[in-house]
Design a binder for this molecule. Structure first.
Ligand SMILES: Nc1nc2c(ncn2[C@@H]2O[C@H](COP(=O)(O)OP(=O)(O)OP(=O)(O)O)[C@@H](O)[C@H]2O)c(=O)[nH]1
Length: 599
C-alpha cells in the first residue's frame, strides 16, 4: 500500500523531475562543451603540428645552407688535397699541423653557428679527416694523424679557447663518429632524419668540390662535409615554446626528450599511445591532455614520433564553470519552483483532505455539511469547487431525505405501538372470552381444568391435600319458567358472586354450564375444611335473592372429592365430585355430600 500522502508525492515528484532535468541538462551541456572544445583542440593541435613541421623544415633548410657554405669554402678543397698528398709522408709535420688547425677552426666556427652536435670532414675516399663535436660549452675537436696505424689528435676546448699543440693529445677512437663513410661514391647532397646517440637528429652529407692546383681547372669531388643537428631537449623546449604545448619526442616507443617526462610513466610507457597516431585524449597522472602524434620518417621508415600534448585544464575549468552556473540556475529554479509546488500540492490535497473529513463525518453520522466545505464550494471556481458544490448539494438532499425517513419512522413507530396496544387488548379479550364465562365472568371449564391440573401437580409434588366441589342449583328451571330467562340470568350472576365471596383468593370458582359450578380448593388441611367451605356456600345461596323487584329463594346441592383420598387424577376427582353432588341431590337437595365409595 502506498502510504505517502498526495501532497508529499507531488512535492517529491517536482523535486525528482527538477533534479532529473538538471542532471540531464548538465550532462548534455558538459558533453556538448567538451565535444566543442575537443574539436577546437584538434584544430589547434593541427596548427601546432604545422608549426613544428615548419620548424623542422627550416632547420633542415638552414643545415643544408650551412653545409653548402662549409663545403664551398675557399681553400677547403685545396686543404683536403694537400692533406691527402702529404699526410702519409710524415714530412712537413708543422705545415700539416697548421693546415689541420685551420680546418678545425673553420669547422668549429661553422658548427657553433649552426647549433650542430657533430661536423665531420671526410676525404674523397670517405675517410675521416677532421671533426668537431659540440656538447654544451665544451667542444671536442680533432683530426686524424695518418700514421700507419690510425690515431686521432684531439683537444677539448672551453669557450673561446684556441687549438694548440699543447692542448692536444692522441687517442685511437672517437665516440659517435665513423672513421669511414658508408657511401663515399655518392656525389650529391643528402639530408635526412636519423637516430644519433639514441636521439632524433638531422644528418646532412654534402660533397666538397674543388679545383686542385696542377690538375687543371676541372672541378673534382675532394671530400664530404657531414653535419648532425640533434633534435633533443633544446628542440623540444623551442617548439614547446613556439606552440605553447608540451612536445615530446619518442624514438621508436622510448621517450628520448620531453617536456613532460611523466608521459613515460603510463602503464604502456606511452608506447601504445604513440602507435595509435592521429588525435586523441590521454590521461597522465591526474591530468588530462589532448594528444597529437606526428610520425618522423627517416630513410623511408618511421624512426620516431613527435607527440604534442595540450592540457585540458582550461577546458575542464570552463566546463566546471559552465556546470557551476547550471547548478546555480537549477538550485534557483528549485527555490522558485518549490513554493509553487507546495502551493499547487496544497491546493489539490487540502480540499481533498477536507472532502475526505466531511465524507467520514457523513459516514459516521456525526454531521452532514461542514462550514469549510460550503466555503470551498462558494469560493473555488475550479473542479474542486464544483466537486465541493456537488457534494454540498448531495449532502443537503441526503439530509432532507434522512429527515423525511426519520419522520416516517417516528409515525410508523407510533402506529405500530398503537396497533400493538389494540392487539394486546383484543388478545386479552379473546383470551378472557376463551377462558371465562360470558354471563358471570367466572373462569369456564377449560380454565378450571388447567388450574385443576396445576393444583394436582403441586399437591403431588408438595404432598398436600386438595378438594374439588361440584355445585348444582336446585330447581332452577322453574325460576326460568316462572320469572323468565332474564331473571334466571340475574340469579346465576348473583349466585356466582356469592360463591366467589365464600372463597380465598387462591381458590377458583368456575361456571361449567347452566346452573353448574366447580370450586377448586388447591390446599386444605383436612376434608373438614372443604366441608366447611361447602356449607358456607350452601348457606349463602340459601339466602333470599332480590331480583327485578321479586324475592326468590333457591338452594344448592354440593358434592366434594378430596385428593388424594378420592382420586389421584383429574378424571377420578371430577367423576367422584359429580357422584357426590348427585348423592346430595338424591338425598333431598340443599345438602353437602363428600364422596364415599358405595358399600
Ligand atoms: N336463565 C337461564 N337458564 C339457563 C341457563 N342455562 C341453562 N338454563 C336452564 O337451567 C335449567 C337447569 O335445569 P336442570 O338443572 O336440569 O333442572 P332443575 O330445575 O335445576 O332441577 P334439579 O337440578 O334436578 O334440581 C334448565 O331449564 C335450563 O334451560 C342460562 O344460562 N340462563
Amino acid at each position: 500500500m502506498n502510504t505517502l500522502r498526495l501532497r508529499t508525492r507531488l512535492l517529491l515528484g517536482t523535486i525528482f523531475f527538477g533534479v532529473l532535468i538538471t542532471v540531464v541538462s548538465m550532462l548534455v551541456v558538459s558533453w556538448a562543451v567538451s565535444r566543442q572544445y575537443m574539436e577546437q583542440a584538434s584544430e589547434h593541435s593541427a596548427k601546432d603540428a604545422a608549426i613544428i613541421n615548419d620548424n623542422l623544415n627550416e632547420r633542415k633548410s638552414n643545415q643544408l645552407i650551412a653545409s653548402r657554405q662549409l663545403a664551398s669554402q675557399k681553400n677547403l678543397g685545396s686543404t683536403l688535397w694537400y692533406l691527402s698528398q702529404y699526410a702519409h709522408s710524415g714530412e712537413n709535420r708543422e705545415t700539416l699541423f697548421v693546415t689541420y688547425q685551420q680546418l678545425v677552426k673553420d669547422t668549429y666556427k661553422m658548427g657553433r653557428v649552426a647549433k650542430l652536435s657533430d661536423i665531420a670532414i671526410y676525404d674523397f675516399e670517405g675517410k675521416l679527416v677532421s671533426f668537431a663535436q659540440f656538447d654544451g660549452h665544451r667542444t671536442r675537436v680533432g683530426f686524424v694523424e695518418r700514421t700507419p696505424k690510425v690515431v686521432f689528435s684531439v683537444a677539448v676546448l672551453a669557450d673561446g679557447e684556441e687549438l694548440t699543440r699543447n692542448n692536444m693529445r692522441t687517442i685511437s677512437t672517437v665516440a659517435g663518429l665513423s672513421a669511414q663513410l658508408s657511401d663515399p661514391m655518392l656525389s650529391y647532397e643528402k639530408i635526412d632524419y636519423v637516430i644519433n646517440a639514441g636521439g632524433l637528429a638531422i644528418r646532412s652529407q654534402m660533397p666538397i668540390m674543388g679545383e686542385v692546383f696542377g690538375l687543371g681547372a676541372q672541378a673534382k669531388q675532394l671530400g664530404w662535409v657531414v653535419m648532425v643537428q640533434p633534435l633533443g631537449q633544446a628542440f623540444v623546449d623551442h617548439v614547446s615554446h613556439l606552440t605553447d604545448t608540451r612536445v615530446n619526442v619518442f624514438v621508436g616507443n622510448m621517450l628520448s626528450s620531453a617536456n613532460l617526462p611523466a608521459y613515460q610513466t603510463l602503464s604502456d610507457g606511452g608506447a601504445g599511445k604513440v602507435d595509435e597516431g592521429g588525435f586523441n585524449e590521454i590521461v597522465i597522472g591526474r591530468n588530462s591532455f589532448y594528444q597529437r602524434l606526428l610520425p618522423v620518417m627517416g630513410e623511408g621508415r618511421r624512426i620516431a614520433t613527435i607527440a604534442v600534448l595540450s592540457s585540458q585544464e582550461a577546458v575542464l575549468k570552463n566546463t566546471r564553470q559552465m556546470l557551476e552556473i547550471l547548478g546555480l540556475i537549477a538550485i534557483s529554479s528549485l527555490v522558485v519552483i518549490l513554493p509553487f509546488a507546495w502551493y499547487l500540492a496544497n491546493s489539490i490535497s487540502r480540499p481533498l483532505t477536507l472532502l475526505s473529513r466531511v465524507f467520514r463525518g457523513v459516514a459516521s453520522g456525526r454531521g452532514m455539511v461542514n462550514r469549510e466545505l460550503a466555503e470551498l464550494a462558494g469560493h473555488r471556481g475550479d473542479e474542486m469547487g464544483e466537486l465541493a458544490e456537488s457534494f454540498f448539494a448531495m449532502s443537503q438532499a441526503v439530509k432532507q431525505k434522512i429527515q423525511q425517513i426519520n419522520e416516517i419512522n417516528a409515525s410508523l413507530e407510533d402506529s405500530v405501538a398503537q396497533r400493538t396496544r389494540e392487539l394486546q387488548i383484543a388478545n386479552d379479550e379473546l383470551t378472557k372470552l376463551a377462558t371465562h364465562d360470558a354471563l358471570t365472568g367466572l373462569p369456564n371449564r377449560q380454565l378450571v381444568n388447567d388450574r385443576l391440573l396445576q393444583a394436582l401437580s403441586a399437591a403431588r409434588r408438595e404432598k398436600t391435600t386438595m378438594a374439588l366441589m361440584f355445585i348444582d342449583l336446585d330447581e332452577f328451571k322453574p325460576v326460568n319458567d316462572k320469572y323468565g330467562h332474564a331473571v334466571g340470568d340475574l340469579l346465576l350472576k348473583e349466585a356466582a358472586r356469592r360463591i366467589h365471596e365464600c372463597l380465598r383468593k387462591s381458590d377458583t370458582v368456575a361456571r361449567i354450564g347452566g346452573d353448574e359450578f366447580i370450586v377448586l380448593l388447591p390446599v386444605i388441611e383436612t376434608e373438614l375444611d372443604a366441608c366447611g367451605v361447602a356449607e358456607k356456600i350452601r348457606a349463602s345461596l340459601n339466602l333470599p335473592f332480590y331480583l327485578s323487584g321479586e324475592q326468590l329463594s333457591i338452594s344448592s346441592s354440593i358434592g366434594i372429592a378430596i385428593y388424594p383420598e378420592h382420586g389421584l387424577d383429574e378424571h377420578a376427582l371430577c367423576q367422584h365430585a359429580d357422584i357426590a353432588m348427585y348423592q346430595a341431590k338424591n338425598s333431598g337437595r340443599n345438602a353437602v355430600r363428600i364422596f364415599r365409595e358405595a358399600a
